[in-house]
Design a protein around this ligand. Structure first.
Ligand code: SF4
Ligand code: SF4
Ligand code: SF4
Length: 256
């Protein structure tokens, strides 16, 4: 806590596009009241100061190098509360797609004959390295949900992350279901909280927020198959943002 009684907050980034931090900056612009009740001591996207005394750490990005682990552990030691900010940090996100291919091939594809210069390993969510208290899902995060989560944390409450599917929000917006228009959509199994933004604008939900805790996976796969998707197509859709989790599950099944 700072001298003025405000909790000290720091933002950190690992492997990511920094779109979630940009969303934070965007949301703070229209929620200036939040800046009256917290003190941001480190936030590379928005300021040059680098305070190392903080109680709450928001971490964006996945862990993709052995060298990231020491930094993550240092943050965990300092922070009373660690929040994974966005899907890269929460689930591994698109970074984890590289784990579906042999690592050497991926490195060579990206870095060519300089592949050996880069220290990298399979991308993973930060909770694969350190304990995480809360996660704010989304690629990127939803600005309103971020503000609601910060307010909850300040009140000592659990951030209000829904555990029902995107279809609920989609129906509340009175959208015509994309399945009736010949498209496919992962809304039935995906965690809500984004206000069903993609189907509202005619785009399929690609599950960027990850899955609800009890998805009806069998029905979802049957529905996608009825709409012409092959098992390979379904796997491609399922793994866009959750390749790490799908791979972990497959490895668990193989080891039984
Ligand atoms: S979750 Fe998406 S928007 Fe956020 S940092 Fe990762 S890639 Fe960027
Ligand atoms: S468009 Fe997608 S999110 Fe909306 S109701 Fe249909 S399946 Fe659910
Ligand atoms: S509709 Fe699906 S893909 Fe789009 S933001 Fe929401 S969870 Fe992400």
């Amino acid at each position: 806590m700072s001298d003025n009684g405000k909790p000290k907050v720091a933002f950190f980034d690992f492997t990511c596009c920094e779109g979630c931090q940009l969303t934070v900056v965007d949301s703070l612009q229209t929620n200036l009241d939040l800046l009256n009740v917290i003190e941001i001591v480190q936030f590379r996207e928005a300021m040059s100061e680098k305070g190392e005394d903080y109680q709450v750490a928001f971490i964006e990005g996945s862990c993709t190098r052995p060298a990231d682990e020491a930094r993550l552990k240092q943050i965990r030691e300092q922070a009373a509360v660690v929040v994974a900010l966005g899907t890269c940090a929460h689930l591994g996100g698109v970074n984890a797609l590289k784990g579906l291919h042999p690592l050497d091939e991926v490195r060579e594809y990206v870095y060519g004959d300089k592949a050996g210069w880069y220290d990298t390993y399979d991308a993973r969510p930060i909770d694969a390295v350190i304990p995480v208290d809360f996660a704010i899902p989304g690629c990127p995060i939803d600005r309103d949900e971020f503000v609601a989560c910060v307010k909850a944390l300040l009140l000592g409450k659990k951030p209000p992350i829904p555990d029902y599917p995107v279809c609920v929000e989609c129906k509340l917006r009175e959208n015509v279901c994309l399945f009736t228009k010949g498209q496919v959509c992962l809304g039935p199994i995906t965690r809500a909280g984004c206000k069903a933004i993609c189907p509202t604008y005619g785009q399929s939900c690609e599950a960027c927020r990850g899955y609800i805790s009890n998805p009806n996976d069998t029905s979802m796969r049957e529905l996608l198959a009825q709409h012409g998707l092959t098992p390979e197509d379904i796997m491609t859709r399922y793994t866009m943002f959750t390749a790490y989790q799908v791979r972990q599950k497959l490895q668990e099944q193989e080891s039984k």
